[in-house]
Design a protein around this ligand. Structure first.
Ligand SMILES: *[C@@H]1O[C@H](CO)[C@@H](O)[C@H](O)[C@H]1NC(C)=O
Ligand SMILES: *[C@@H]1O[C@H](CO)[C@@H](O)[C@H](O)[C@H]1NC(C)=O
Ligand SMILES: *[C@@H]1O[C@H](CO)[C@@H](O)[C@H](O)[C@H]1NC(C)=O
Length: 357
């Protein structure tokens, strides 16, 4: 019985190994597949399955053009059945057309309202800015069918970052993920103080309570990309202060500067629950956790001296890595897997109210 089972298991394993091996050869090395056209039985569509969804990028955000040659969504991001194009002549066959908000509000780009929209085609409004920095979107009322943003309730959710489970194997302790030599209590990188922002006020009061090392354009201490994270890694805490406070608006100040920088983020932004929806509750400190900034300051000082407790804020590091927003194309490819769950018919009659709610 035992023998039979293990024999069967071996066969099964061998079978799946062959299958996987053969499958991956065909996917990754298409040149190995026979070149002559053959009947549909040979359609080895691990990635291409019947229909392709076509996503047309009407213009690239900030003019940052990337190549869409080949089957980029599949080859680079593992997203099947998705065709990403940036050639406007594809308008009539596109299932989705994406418009990045900034260029629209600046008048650098226009919606192609003069073209006849195919019935099934959906226009996607895309922005990673908070409503405070999105300008006036009222003129776009009634034009869009989908929203794409960092908000959880957008049709296509494109957060600034996320935690991805990762198996680091055994033998690594939390300490291995933390820079040992911490030289500053709290650090902040800011390009522009902008006196009217809440974060400026909080910083001005906090710095009278604890020392804060400030870097960035605002203080003429710009850190280039190479030194940014290493600098932050020597700080116990990083002030992940958002420029404005809106639902789900949690940016690279948290994911990149804080989490990837290796300092515990002290966040000023949406309520704690919204951070807890994307990160473990004991991985950051929320300004609102304290009745006053004095209390916050005292807490940070005590925590920096309590090694064991401080290190516990990094427990997530042995289980997850941070996936950062990195490539516009990946965000656009993410539209395809959403197709089946999107409402068949939807129009944002009042984009402004949706944004500010
Ligand atoms: C291809 O389509 C079939 C039928 O709709 C589905 O069951 C299968 O999972 C699809 N395969 C891939 C790789 O998407
Ligand atoms: C889907 O797109 C890929 C890549 O552009 C292409 O090779 C394939 O033929 C397309 N499949 C269908 C069914 O249109
Ligand atoms: C998309 O929005 C337009 C403009 O309001 C509308 O005419 C069209 O029916 C919508 N299409 C879908 C698929 O929801």
């Amino acid at each position: 019985m035992l023998d039979f089972c293990s024999h069967r298991r071996t066969l099964l394993v061998a079978f799946f190994l062959c299958l996987t091996l053969f499958g991956s050869l065909l996917i990754q090395l298409p040149s190995l597949a026979p070149k002559t056209p053959r009947p549909e039985t040979e359609v080895i569509d691990m990635n291409i399955n019947g229909t392709n969804t076509t996503v047309l990028v009407w213009y690239w955000p900030f003019g940052e053009k990337s190549s869409v040659d080949g089957n980029v969504c599949w080859e680079r991001f593992g997203i099947p059945n998705c065709k990403l194009v940036d050639d406007r002549s594809m308008f009539s066959v596109a299932d989705f057309v994406v418009f990045h908000n900034r260029e629209l509000i600046k008048g650098q780009q226009r919606l192609p309202v003069h073209l006849t929209r195919p019935q099934r085609q959906k226009w996607v409004w895309f922005s990673l800015e908070s409503p405070a920095n999105n300008g006036n979107v009222k003129p776009f009322a009634g034009h869009f069918n989908c929203t794409m943003s960092y908000r959880h309730d957008a049709d296509i959710y494109t957060p600034y970052g996320s935690l991805v489970p990762q198996d680091f194997g055994t033998g690594l302790a939390v300490e291995d993920f933390i820079t040992k030599k911490k030289t500053s209590l709290a650090c902040w990188v800011v390009s522009n103080y902008e006196a009217h922002l809440k974060r400026t006020d909080v910083y001005n009061r906090l710095k009278t309570i604890i020392p804060v090392n400030v870097y960035g354009g605002a203080v003429n201490k710009r850190l280039d990309d190479k030194v940014l994270l290493p600098t932050i890694s020597h700080c116990y805490f990083y002030l992940s202060f958002e420029n404005s406070i809106f639902k789900d608006y949690i940016t690279e100040k948290f994911w990149y500067n804080g989490f990837m920088g290796g300092a515990v983020p002290v966040v000023l932004g949406p309520p704690r629950e919204q951070y807890e929806a994307v990160a473990p509750k004991d991985s950051f400190i929320h300004v609102d956790d304290f009745p006053s900034l004095e209390e916050l300051g005292k807490f940070l000082k005590r925590l920096a001296e309590d090694k064991e407790r401080y290190v516990s804020y990094f427990n997530w590091k042995v289980k997850y890595t941070v996936k950062q927003f990195a490539d516009w194309r990946e965000e656009f490819c993410k539209i395809c897997p959403k197709v089946s769950s999107l409402q068949k018919h939807k129009v944002y009659e009042d984009l402004h109210t949706w944004e500010w709610q």
